[in-house]
Ligand binder design. Structure first.
Ligand SMILES: [Zn+2]
Ligand SMILES: [Zn+2]
Length: 237
């Protein structure tokens, strides 16, 4: 079944016209070189812990919030801010199943200085079974799968589950998002993560509560280090 699914994705990949998703010019990648240079800046100065953009001339490598309340994860890397037109691309992947975008995003992420050499495995933020049934695929897993290929790291798909069908974080006011995520995840195979350094892949990091809850859960089950790798970071929280 797994092989069949991979094959179907590959075929879809080849059938789709090879044009840039943003500007429509001919391109072998989902993002042409022009759009890439225009919208992606991997050299943006970000908080090493939560990947939020740091103010210009910041003397610290971390934002004030991470310094005063360190989250459960150790590091975060984001390719870009969650802003137009990249936000539309992420929505196309998620809500219109434009799966080749997952590979394009993974290629972006593979250029981040996230030191895959010092990581043991990649995990994608899981969806609840209800949301997975509704969407048909997990966009974060599709990105993680391609990234694992680029970085030649094992992808673990059976470590954790999302046991709580939470409301989408975006539909909630900021102060309720943390409560909404509480106990949202469960680890089912802790022997896979004991003593391991984990790269956690997600499409968007908004408040960081989802990733924080998952990192907390992974560490409680023995993971030693958690690094988030996300396509886009919401600029203000
Ligand atoms: Zn383009
Ligand atoms: Zn921070």
């Amino acid at each position: 079944m797994h092989r069949l699914r991979q094959l179907a994705l590959q075929i879809l990949d080849e059938l789709l016209p090879s044009v840039c998703t943003l500007c429509g010019t001919k391109s072998s990648d989902a993002l042409c070189a022009n759009c890439y240079n225009k919208y992606i800046d991997l050299s943006t100065s970000r908080c090493t812990c939560c990947a939020i953009q740091l103010p210009e001339f910041s003397h610290s490598s971390q934002c004030g919030k991470c310094l005063s309340h360190p989250p459960a994860f150790d590091l975060s890397f984001a390719a870009t801010d969650y802003a137009p037109p990249i936000d539309h691309l992420i929505q196309s992947l998620k809500f219109h199943a434009k799966l080749p975008l997952a590979k394009a995003f993974a290629r972006l992420l593979s250029e981040l200085p996230a030191s895959p050499n010092s990581s043991d495995l990649i995990i994608a933020v899981p969806l609840s079974l209800a949301r997975l049934a509704e969407r048909g695929f997990n966009q974060s897993l599709e990105i993680a799968r391609a990234l694992a290929h680029f970085w030649k790291l094992p992808l673990a798909t059976n470590v954790c589950l999302r046991v709580k069908h939470t409301q989408t974080q975006a539909s909630l006011p900021m102060n309720q998002r943390r409560v909404n995520m509480r106990n949202a995840f469960a680890v089912q195979n802790s022997q896979l993560i004991i003593g391991k350094r984990i790269l956690l892949v997600d499409d968007v990091m908004t408040t960081g509560h989802t990733l924080n809850e998952l990192a907390h859960c992974l560490k409680r089950h023995g993971a030693t280090h958690v690094t988030n790798v996300v396509v886009a970071r919401t600029p203000n929280r």
